[in-house]
Write a protein that binds this ligand. Structure first.
Ligand code: PEP
Ligand code: MN
Length: 333
């Protein structure tokens, strides 16, 4: 971290600032120029309150040289992290195809969708059992029973399962779930992130609808700081000025997150658009942008889906899209 001091300042104040910084366990390298003095802070500056220093009357500006997301960031971890779920690998050149319904509804539904998406080439099954709904009167998911049905679908197909966990209290119910999904609305539920850090299970962390990339990486940092590096980042659309679709898919996030972080980055074109017919184009665009995988909602009967039917592909549509994705990946190789 670099602290640029204002010109012609009281040397007593400068001395006090330097002593105060040293008191925080930091080395301070003072470089006195003709007009300005610059302090170079050496050591772990992750706990330093940058805004507080910036607010001092003798300080002109403060700049971080390394990011605060030390564990999620690439600077100290240049090689890609590969997340492992059974035989499936995600990241570091391994592409994942996660598919399934928004919500688990019945055994017939989840098993049928699981078989269909597997046949199309999906390698992980999704299905919500605990649903974060805007209205308390909407379908809230089958909860523990939904997770049991997902496990049946896993047993039938061999596909690992991913499902959203909304509260740390539910962790015991998720013991046998392969990947724990943190939904967009819970991206900054720090108690939940802390518990997932201790869980040791792969986590699919979705970007909040109004969160920056730095905030997403700081949320990943919580999980990793807790001892769990198996984190997959997911761009799922943010709130901007979209009036004809659900959210704005921020595809620039993909190359930028790859630059900033070693964690795999996947894209959810279903929640990003909210419209099934837009899903194929945005899925292909995500592949072209370098995503490490896609999570796509597929339902055997979208018209009658209990949640997010409008954005769900039918199995035949998913099958066709999966073929196009394979061709595109081949062409990009
Ligand atoms: C979901 O995946 O079903 C979901 C609720 O997604 P998000 O948290 O991105 O809205
Ligand atoms: Mn959904």
């Amino acid at each position: 971290m670099i602290v640029v001091l204002k010109s012609n300042i009281d040397s007593d104040k400068q001395l006090k600032l330097v002593e105060w910084l040293k008191g925080q366990g930091l080395g301070v390298h003072i470089s006195a120029g003709e007009f300005r003095t610059v302090l170079g802070l050496i050591g772990d500056t992750s706990k330093v309150d940058m805004e507080l220093i910036e607010s001092l009357d003798i300080v002109d500006s403060v700049k971080r040289v390394t990011e605060t997301f030390k564990r999620a960031g690439r600077s100290f971890h240049p090689e890609d992290t590969v997340v492992r779920v059974g035989d499936v690998r995600i990241g570091g050149g391994n592409f994942c195809m996660i598919a399934g319904p928004c919500s688990v509804e019945t055994e017939e539904q989840i098993v049928a969708v699981a078989k269909a998406v597997k046949a199309a080439g999906a390698n992980i099954l999704r299905g919500g059992a605990f649903k974060p709904r805007t209205s308390p009167y909407d379908f809230q998911g089958l909860k523990a029973n939904g997770l049991e049905l997902l496990k049946i679908a896993r047993a039938e197909t061999g596909l690992p399962i991913v499902s959203e966990i909304m509260s740390a209290h539910d962790l015991p119910l998720f013991e046998d779930v392969d990947i724990l999904q943190v939904g967009a609305r819970n991206m900054q539920n720090f108690d939940l992130l802390n518990e997932l850090g201790k869980s040791g299970k792969p986590v699919l962390l979705k970007r909040g609808l109004a969160n920056t990339l730095k905030e997403l990486l700081m949320s990943a940092e919580y999980i990793i700081a807790g001892g769990n590096e198996q984190v997959i980042l997911c761009e799922r659309g943010i709130r901007t000025f979209s009036d004809y679709y659900r959210n704005t898919l921020d595809l620039s996030a993909v190359p930028m997150l790859h630059e900033l972080s070693h964690l795999p980055v996947i894209v959810d074109p279903s929640h990003a658009t909210g419209i099934a017919r837009m899903v194929p184009s945005m899925a292909l665009a995500a592949v072209a942008a370098g995503a490490d995988g896609l999570i796509i909602e597929v339902h055997n009967d979208p018209i009658h889906a209990l949640c997010d039917g409008a954005q769900s592909l039918r199995p035949d549509e998913y099958d066709e899209l999966a073929g196009r994705i394979r061709k595109l990946r081949e062409a990009l190789r």
